[in-house]
Structure formats: structure tokens, C-alpha cells
Ligand binder design. Structure first.
Ligand SMILES: [Fe+2]
Length: 291
């Protein structure tokens, strides 16, 4: 069977196909897979595909909860050399991020406790990097991303935006404190999580995707310290270095000098980028609609 790929022109494709078949055959042999189980698997994968849409990526979710996404991340980032740790992109990067000025409020009026996020981006030696494009996105106070809501098409994005670092490598914005949330459980992936008695929760976090010329794109999260799901993230995305203490503040002004009308939270985190080429991940919506 493996020799059937002998004529594949691209050596990498040949290698991948041979190894895939070998692993699949090993699985069937080791498990004595029954016809019913094979049929269930075909039906399951069919439903995963059918659940995908322009704003939903059930296959990425499947990859995430099986630990495949984090493994791909690990084998591609073996040498970090002091750069910020990476983690999963997740299924909610829809690539519709509007460029906003530093200090802007990305929450679009959604309710929640106010949070100010301040950050600085440097190279491995601590030199500030100006002009780095930073996409940020996170769940709301109820644990949902904007793209999961029926009104998304009409109302547009909330709790997501794009910032550009200034001459000191800094970017900052206002938003709300995100909370821990369940991955979507209304599809086949959620069904599998519940049937296998796993919990579907992810600890609270903000996603960051940093992209600047001459540096490897950095896909990561900053997690909220103290969250009870930090030790059991359903997609295995937590790394200790990415956990940040969020300070509760009651100062009358926020770090950019503008007034605060209620107690607020401060997230401070610095990112270090590694030199390289790389290519930022494609937006999920574009990938689904135009691939
Ligand atoms: Fe997330």
C-alpha cells in the first residue's frame, strides 16, 4: 500500500502520505477496529465538516481538543531562544480586525469589568520594535466570541481589533476582563468532549497575533492568573510563561492619562519576537470561503 505513493513528484507530499497511511493502518491493527466503529468515525468526520461555515471552524476545534494543534506548535518552535512562548491560534481568528489607534476601546459597549491592556514588543535583545501589527481578540463577559453570535453579520466585530506598535514598541487598548469559557458544545467536537466526560472549558485569556517584517509571526495568548482551569485547558494551550497577574486598580486615571469611571483591571505583558521570515496564519473566514 505504501509503495502506491512511489511516483508522487513532491518528496515531502510522498513522505507525508506514506507516514499518514502507516499511522492509520497501525491504529486499525492495534484497535481491531470494527465496521461499526469505522462507520461512526466516517459519520463523525462528515459532521465535523458539515458544521464548518464562514465563521466557524470545527476542524480546528477538533485538532485543538486532540492536542494536535499544540503538538504542531511545539515541533515548529523547538528553539525559542528567549522569544515569547507560542500557543494555539484557536478557531475564532476571523481576520476582520479593524486597525485602531492606541488607547481605543475594542469592547464595542459589551458589558463587563473594565480592563486596560498595556504592552511593549521587543526583539530578543530588548530593542523596541516599532510598526509591529498586533491583532487581539478575546471572549466577552459570558464566554462568547463575537463571531459566535447570530448578530455578528449585522453588528460587526467586538472584543477584537488591530494595533500597531509605536516608536517605543508600545501598544495599549481598553476592553473588558475576559472570563473562562466552554468551547462550542453544540457540534460533534463538543459532543465528543461531553461523551468522554472531559470538561469543555478554557481558562480566561486574550489572544495576540504579532506580525512584523523580519520577525517570525508570534501567535500566543496571555492567560489570567488564578483562573481555575489553568491546569486543565481543554485545548492544552497553557504555558507558565504566558500566565499574567491582572492587577485590580482604583486609580482615577488609566496609564494613558484618561479618566477611569469605575475600578478597573490592568494587564501588562511584554512580547519578545524572534528574527525570521514566517507568515502570519490566514484568517479562518478567508480560508473557508476562498480556499
Ligand atoms: Fe480563546
Amino acid at each position: 500500500m505504501i509503495s502506491s505513493f512511489e511516483q508522487t513528484p513532491d518528496p515531502r507530499v510522498k513522505f507525508l502520505m506514506e507516514q499518514l497511511v502507516k499511522s492509520l493502518h497501525d491504529f486499525v491493527r492495534k484497535t481491531d477496529l470494527t465496521f461499526d466503529e469505522w462507520g461512526y468515525a466516517i459519520d463523525f468526520l462528515t459532521r465535523v465538516g458539515q458544521k464548518c461555515s464562514g465563521s466557524r471552524q470545527e476542524f480546528i476545534l477538533l485538532s485543538d481538543v486532540l492536542g494536535v494543534s499544540m503538538l504542531v506548535d511545539a515541533v515548529n518552535h523547538r528553539e525559542r531562544e528567549g522569544a515569547t512562548d507560542t500557543t494555539v491560534l484557536g478557531p475564532f481568528y476571523v481576520g476582520e480586525h479593524r486597525a485602531m489607534p492606541n488607547g481605543a476601546d475594542i469592547s464595542a459597549g459589551v458589558p463587563g469589568e473594565r480592563m486596560f491592556v498595556q504592552s511593549r514588543v521587543t526583539d530578543l535583545g530588548g530593542k523596541p520594535l516599532a510598526g509591529v501589527q498586533v491583532d487581539v481578540w478575546h471572549a466577552d463577559d459570558h464566554g462568547f466570541y463575537d463571531s459566535q453570535k447570530p448578530a455578528y453579520e449585522q453588528e460587526g466585530p467586538s472584543s477584537r481589533g488591530r494595533f500597531v506598535t509605536d516608536a517605543d514598541g508600545r501598544f495599549f487598548f481598553r476592553t473588558i476582563l475576559p472570563c473562562s469559557y466552554p468551547i462550542p458544545t453544540d457540534g460533534p467536537v463538543g459532543e465528543m468532549i461531553l461523551q468522554t466526560r472531559r470538561h469543555p472549558m478554557r481558562p480566561a485569556h486574550v489572544h495576540f497575533l504579532l506580525d512584523g517584517p523580519g520577525y517570525e509571526p508570534l501567535v500566543t495568548h496571555v492567560f489570567v492568573e488564578g483562573d481555575k482551569y489553568l491546569g486543565s485547558d481543554v485545548v492544552f494551550g497553557v504555558k507558565p510563561e504566558l500566565i499574567s497577574r491582572i492587577e485590580k486598580r482604583s486609580d482615577a486615571v488609566m496609564p494613558d492619562g484618561k479618566s477611569a469611571d469605575a475600578p478597573w483591571h490592568l494587564m501588562s505583558y511584554e512580547f519578545r519576537m524572534k528574527p525570521g521570515q514566517g507568515r502570519a496564519p490566514r484568517p479562518i473566514m478567508a480560508a473557508t470561503e476562498h480556499a
